[in-house]
Write a new protein. Structure first.
Lengths: 221, 350
């Protein structure tokens, strides 16, 4: 109970912080919109396979950019202060949850903007929404944890990209395959998406478990 | 002294055995090619056959084209040109005992010296029209009997693999060694986080370094093998891709180590990353490759390792090879660890 109260409070803190530094969120929104536009300008007409791949690549880099700052935006001594006030696990979980919500919001926004300019080839929204939800969760867990690992280095953002991109590929590959089933017409054969959903959920749980266990070794300075 | 180092001698001995037996034991006799591969029914056709490791001269050779147990054609006459080349003449009846327009046949050759060897799907015979009644009259009641067994120690002959089958003693053990070394690194990383002993951190780093070396060697031996059997060094096979990603994850480990100056901090962060990366690698290595088609044996309808591809003679070399390469990996990791420690000691003295 205590943990949930702490997480709720820390979530509120993250949101307040976001509102104070509007330029960070604005920067990412602008990044998403300009990438979508660059893709549109260079392709004009996109077939569904490329549409899908490009969509997830935009999401991938937007996510890396969005989550990098989660452990670097505040000074490390203040970070330490949080750990003494609250359970460190609560700090991590709050950041994961906050980033998850942020990534879902970013994905939906990208989906809207992308569909507006590059066409809307999706026939079934259900697998696509599942892909966004479980994919964002996996991205958020892996990226938040890697951000904690990389935060103390001098060039955290480069390190972040090097460390996280290979780790995200299993999630990305499964998400792209799952999302592809969304292009099959609704009237067509029933698409088996359960297998991919279980794999994604499995990867997410595995990463979450590893992150929760390992974080207790990481936060102490 | 001897007790402490015997495993290194064991590694060298096992690998010597692997190299000698793996490279010198001959392949079983086999058939490389048959020409022509597609013919029309109802003719006498002369086929050129090329053998491999065969001794056809002065031996009593028999040859058959086999459709199934009950439908077999014997070659006559058989002209022996040299130890490796045969000319076989088959009289193929106008109608085939099948309802298909085209039927494939297996070529079987038997000789007292080489034993029986065969070429699956050696020739495709097509017929203009189907007539089962006529076919049953035209086909001779021939049976394959009294086949010879080849004695001696040999590896199996597989048509596309041929001599490259020996690569199994080098390519596959690299993966076993790599996975085991990464597992060792996980254990040492965990122990470092538990006991905060700097030596454990260095041991983990050495094991990952050696594991990456074995991974690269595995990719290289695999690429050479793929060029000879699949036709290209890199075919974008799922296992090739996953391995490349896996190596990227562990190369990032070294970038991470370079990024932190303070040894204590570096050790803790890299131990945490090594553990996290190993968890992230589990779906990469064990789940996703099983769900996707692959050119590797055991995937996408290809037969798994085992059966006739890994016979008992090969097992006698393959299992020691896995063990020997793993011991060698441990030894390399240990040497690397000691070099790193000496380097550190020298830095402290300066």
């Amino acid at each position: 109970m205590q943990l949930i109260r702490e997480i709720a409070f820390l979530l509120h803190k993250e949101w307040t912080l976001e509102l104070r530094q509007k330029y960070a969120l604005g920067g990412i929104l602008l990044y998403v919109l300009s990438t979508v536009y660059v893709v549109y300008i260079s392709f004009v007409k996109i077939d569904p396979d490329h549409w899908n791949t490009l969509f997830w690549i935009i999401i991938l880099f937007a996510s890396v950019n969005a989550v990098t700052r989660s452990f670097t935006q505040e000074h490390s001594s203040r970070q330490l202060y949080y750990y003494t006030l609250a359970n460190p696990i609560a700090v991590l979980l709050a950041k994961i949850l906050y980033n998850f919500l942020l990534l879902v919001f970013l994905s939906l926004l990208t989906l809207g903007a992308y569909s507006l300019v590059a066409g809307y080839p999706i026939r079934q929204l259900t697998p696509f929404i599942w892909a966004i939800a479980l994919g964002s969760l996996g991205f958020s867990i892996a990226l938040t944890f890697v951000s904690a690992i990389a935060s103390k280095a001098s060039n955290a953002s480069t390190l972040m990209a090097i460390l996280s991109l290979p780790l995200l590929i299993p999630i990305l590959a499964t998400v792209i395959r799952l999302a592809k089933t969304g292009f099959i017409p609704r009237a067509g054969v029933e698409v088996p998406i359960k297998g991919d959903l279980y794999i994604l959920a499995g990867i997410d749980m595995l990463l979450l478990g590893a992150a929760l266990i390992l974080f207790s070794f990481l936060w102490r300075e | 002294m001897i007790k402490k180092h015997f495993w290194k001698a064991l590694a060298v001995l096992i690998l010597l055995y692997t190299f000698i037996a793996g490279l010198l034991v001959p392949l079983k006799p086999g058939i490389v090619e048959m020409d022509p591969r597609t013919v029309q029914s109802g003719r006498n056709i002369s086929f050129k056959v090329k053998g491999y490791n065969t001794h056809y001269m002065n031996s009593d050779i028999r040859a058959w084209l086999k459709m199934d147990e009950d439908h077999v054609l014997a070659a006559s006459p058989i002209l022996i040109q040299n130890d490796r080349d045969l000319k076989l003449i088959f009289g193929i009846p106008p109608f085939l005992p099948t309802t298909d327009k085209t039927q494939n046949f297996t070529l079987i050759i038997d000789s007292p010296v080489d034993g029986v060897h065969l070429l699956p799907n050696a020739v495709f015979v097509s017929q203009d029209s189907v007539n089962l009644a006529l076919a049953s009259l035209q086909w001779p009641p021939e049976r394959i009997t009294d086949l010879h067994e080849k004695a001696g120690i040999t590896f199996p002959f597989r048509n596309i693999l041929a001599e490259t089958i020996r690569n199994i003693y080098f390519h596959v053990p690299m993966w076993f060694a790599m996975i085991l070394l990464f597992l060792g690194a996980v254990i040492y990383s965990g122990r470092f986080l538990w006991k905060k002993n700097m030596q454990d951190d260095q041991r983990a780093a050495s094991m990952i370094r050696t594991g990456v070396l074995f991974g690269i060697l595995g990719l290289l031996t695999g690429a050479v093998w793929a060029k000879n059997t699949w036709g290209a060094y890199w075919s974008g096979d799922i296992k090739q891709n996953m391995t490349a990603i896996c190596l990227l994850i562990y190369l990032a480990y070294f970038v991470l180590r370079q990024a932190y100056e303070d040894p204590d901090h570096r050790a803790r962060v890299s131990a945490v990353y090594a553990l996290f990366a190993f968890f992230a690698m589990i779906p990469l290595l064990f789940v996703i490759p099983r769900l996707t088609d692959s050119l590797h044996p055991g995937n996408g309808g290809n037969p798994a390792l085992g059966g006739e591809d890994l016979d008992n003679t090969m097992r006698l070399v393959f299992y020691p090879a896995v063990f020997g390469w793993f011991l060698m990996g441990l030894w390399i990791a240990q040497l690397n660890f000691r070099i790193e420690r000496l380097r550190e000691r020298r830095l402290e003295e300066e």
